[in-house]
Design a protein around this ligand. Structure first.
Ligand code: 5GP
Length: 201
């Protein structure tokens, strides 16, 4: 059996990564996603082991020391990291796995597993990004300005990713990412077994 793809999606805050990933999982049933560990507090209805594994900073640092966190980053003062064991288990069983990581997180994961498929999600324009960030209604103008400056720095790193997809509409972005995954699954190195089986007949 071939291993599942590890697909890491990044993009600036407000670009709509979460929505795109949720929709991808609806249209690609059987596609798994990596549940990250974080030291931030749960928001709203979030539950431990569903959206995240919620841990204290000390517990998080212990997981790092044990080598159980394959990559991690800090975002707004909290740790976020990808647990190694479930990721490997899913991929080895042939399940494609989606990850929602910071830009640095995707690049760090690719360093560790060079087979990782990295996708950068772009906003259609900087004006659109600003209006999406302001539209959340949760951020002050000053915070929006700060996130916009951060977004520019992140977009400048898009060239380090394998693919860029513009999130004009969720449906279009999802369709493009699904197409990327289909093509990635047809790479020769991932289809070697099929070829070898035929040659052995
Ligand atoms: P939030 O607090 O809004 O759920 O997530 C904040 C940011 O953390 C998002 O940009 C998300 O992509 C990132 N993130 C979530 N889990 C991980 C992780 O395991 N590793 C890294 N590097 N970033 C993560």
């Amino acid at each position: 059996m071939s291993t599942g793809l590890i697909v890491s999606i990044s993009g600036p805050s407000g670009v709509g990564k979460g929505t795109v990933i949720d929709r991808l999982r609806e249209v690609l049933p059987g596609c798994g996603h990596s549940i990250s560990v974080t030291s931030r507090a749960p928001r709203g209805q979030e539950q431990d082991g569903v959206e995240y594994f919620f841990r204290t900073k000390e517990e998080f640092e212990k997981l790092i020391a044990e080598g159980e966190i394959i990559e991690y980053d800090q975002y707004v003062g909290n740790y976020y990291g990808t647990p190694l064991t479930p990721l490997l288990k899913m991929s080895k069983s042939g399940t494609n796995v989606l990850l929602d990581l910071t830009v640095a997180g995707s690049l760090a994961l690719k360093e560790k597993f060079d087979d990782t498929v990295t996708i950068f999600l772009l906003p259609p324009s900087m004006d659109e990004l600003r209006s999406r960030l302001s539209g959340r209604g949760t951020e002050t103008e000053e915070l929006v300005d700060k996130r916009m400056a951060q977004a520019k720095g992140e977009i400048a790193q898009a060239e380090k990713f394998d693919y860029v997809v513009t999130n004009r509409t969720v449906e279009q972005a999802v369709e493009e990412i699904a197409a990327i995954m289909k093509a990635e699954n047809r790479r020769f190195r991932r289809s070697r077994d099929a070829v070898e089986t035929l040659l052995a007949q």
